[in-house]
Ligand binder design. Structure first.
Ligand code: PGA
Length: 251
């Protein structure tokens, strides 16, 4: 009953011209609405150009970050309304790289999630433990703290529409992916948690897995009961490998 979502996070890769070329290749194969939702998250400077390519298709567009204020003197930042005007339907919030390198906090991610919904953007809220936290048996405590803070200001209806991405930090860009069993365990935990904090939203909230998802492991991960799609970094930068992941999620 939950549609799967395969989201490509292009991070700080691709100039506008390169982004258009990649978007065209993906568009050619994924423009029609299929059983899986497909989403692209290019850098801000390529949003307009990519939107031009995918306009009228079933492909969704997301920003990779935003500021929580609607506007203001915040040099270097962009707002939810700006993303919306550029054609975005979604925004990635609280990615571990934002938390690790740019000082994003649990509370800050919560403020951004509220601002995203206020602007009619669907947040893709990222949570996930580091290797030290996993080894220390803290995985559930960490993702619980992050998820509670990210969703704290949202209503049940808003959480039902929100996307959560479980991305173990040790699996991001390392080639070391979580096993399907490890992913399922955390996803089931998160769904149960949301059932407690926002009762009723747990059956519709989509929970994506992210961290070294590639064509070879996508189908197995996507077959887990509580895995509703993938947030893909490296493998989303090449049309062929990204489209194979989309296909893998369809089976
Ligand atoms: P990766 O990145 O697929 O390159 O591990 C995933 C992400 O950071 O969203």
């Amino acid at each position: 009953m939950r549609r799967k979502l395969i989201a490509g996070n292009w991070k700080m890769y691709k100039t506008a011209n390169e982004a258009v070329a990649l978007a065209r290749e993906i568009w050619a194969q994924a423009k029609e609405a299929g059983p899986v939702d497909v989403l692209l998250a290019p850098p801000f400077t390529s949003l307009h150009a990519v939107e031009d390519v995918i306009r009228g298709s079933a492909i969704l567009l997301a920003g990779q970050n935003m500021h929580h204020e609607p506007q203001g003197a915040f040099t270097g930042e962009i707002s939810a309304a700006m993303l919306k005007a550029a054609g975005c339907t979604h925004v990635i919030l609280g990615h571990s790289e934002r938390r690790q390198f740019f000082g994003e906090t649990d509370e800050g991610v919560g403020r951004k999630a509220v601002a995203a919904h206020a602007a009619d953007l669907t947040p893709i809220v990222c949570v996930g433990e580091t290797l030290a936290e996993r080894d220390g048996g803290q995985t559930e405590a960490v993702v619980e703290r992050q998820t509670k803070a990210a969703l704290a200001g949202l209503s049940v209806e808003q959480v039902a529409e929100t996307v959560v991405a479980y991305e173990p930090v040790w699996a991001i860009g390392t080639g070391r992916t979580a096993t399907a069993a490890q992913a399922q365990e955390v996803h089931a935990f998160l769904r149960k948690l949301i059932g407690k904090t926002h009762a009723g939203a747990e059956s519709t909230v989509r929970i994506l897995y992210g961290g070294s998802v590639k064509a070879e492991n996508a189908a197995e991960l996507m077959s887990c009961a509580d895995v509703d799609g993938a947030l893909v970094g490296g493998a989303s930068l090449v049309a062929d490998s990204f489209l194979k992941i989309v296909k893998g999620a369809t089976i």
